[in-house]
Write a protein that binds this ligand. Structure first.
Ligand code: HSE
Length: 331
């Protein structure tokens, strides 16, 4: 591997996604180096407690509590801490120092994505967050790049795995809402605060990110109409089934033209009735899917795992490799 330039990668956070990301960097390092033309060196992993037990066995010397110092020497920073602070400040510091940043932090990007993107643009750095929406499913890059020459008219997504799991259990197995929620919780699908899932906040954050990219305009999370699934009963689900429909929590973003001719974007999250012959009706369990309608491409569907340590880490690695390639091309 001699001859490859070293790129210092700083990892912030080592929960299930962080641990899997570190594992993939370490295990796939050699193969990635030849693919990228540069070696990804995991410079350190910033955590709150260096002695905490991790999902993956990782070299102890990588761990540090000094996130700021780690960020300072990095070419690429991966933020997987979650939450707004200190993630926002650390990402800002990284970008201002010229590092590229990869994050899976949907709450942060939904609230501060445009501020952080502006900061990245000012210094010519790259901020990428494919893992923030629908985890393993490549959806942001296809919207931004593959469909860049088309005119997207509508995006419909099942972007919250836990509520999809709950509704699916009720629909297919006749579980009560309480039983379905308990199983979803046991499987680790729910956020630490399940209200974020059940009341549609998590899906609304993802809708904001999808809408902003699909329609090239800022769609604040406060502008997303939001209704969760807490009011949905088994009786309603069975009535829908009887009529040939399934209830899914959808995030919908679409171009609209108001009566006065002014064009805009409508974004909303709510439990919607879907005809059983629509492809989104067959998205079972905790899976996610995003259905895109575009003028020239027609209908497209992106399907896969919307959560999980390794699954989310796959999307993080994709962004990492993309950032690393920029260093080689520009270096
Ligand atoms: N709680 C989220 C979900 C995790 O259920 O989809 C992935 O963002």
């Amino acid at each position: 591997m001699n001859g490859y330039r070293d790129l210092r990668v700083a990892l912030l956070g080592c929960g299930s996604v962080g641990a899997q990301t570190a594992r993939l960097i370490l295990e796939h390092g050699e193969e990635l180096a030849s693919r990228i033309g540069a070696r990804l060196t995991l410079a350190g992993i910033a955590v709150r407690d260096v002695t905490a037990k991790r999902d993956v066995d990782l070299p102890q010397e990588l761990f540090t509590t000094d996130a700021e110092r780690l960020v300072q020497g990095a070419d690429i920073v991966i933020e997987l801490m979650g939450g707004i602070e200190p993630a926002r400040t650390l990402i800002m510091q990284a970008l201002q120092g010229g590092a590229d940043v990869v994050t899976a932090n949907k709450a942060l990007i939904a609230a501060y994505g445009s501020e952080l993107s502006d900061a990245a643009e000012q210094v010519g750095a790259q901020l990428s967050y494919e893992a923030a929406v629908a985890a393993a499913i490549p959806i942001l890059r296809p919207l931004r790049e593959s469909l860049a020459g088309d005119h997207i008219t509508r995006v419909l997504g099942i972007v919250n795995g836990s509520t999809n799991y709950i509704l699916d259990r009720m629909d297919r197995f006749g579980d009560s809402a309480e039983d379905a929620m308990r199983v979803a919780s046991e499987l680790g699908y729910l956020e630490a605060d399940p209200t974020l899932d059940v009341e549609g906040y998590d899906a609304a954050q993802k809708a904001t990110i999808l809408a902003s990219i699909a329609f090239h305009t800022e769609v604040p999370v406060a502008a997303v109409y939001r209704e969760g699934i807490s009011g949905i009963t088994l009786t309603q689900i069975e009535a829908a089934k009887h009529a040939g429909f399934v209830i899914k929590l959808l995030a919908i973003a679409e171009r609209i033209t108001a009566a006065d001719g002014v064009a805009g974007v409508s974004a909303r999250v709510y439990p919607a009735l879907i005809r059983r012959d629509h492809p989104l009706a067959a998205v079972y369990g905790g899976k996610n899917a995003v259905f895109v309608e575009a003028e020239a491409a027609g209908e497209l569907m992106f399907y896969g795992a919307g959560a999980g340590g390794a699954e989310t880490a796959s999307a993080v690695l994709g962004d990492l490799v993309s950032a690393a390639r920029r260093h080689v091309v520009g270096g």
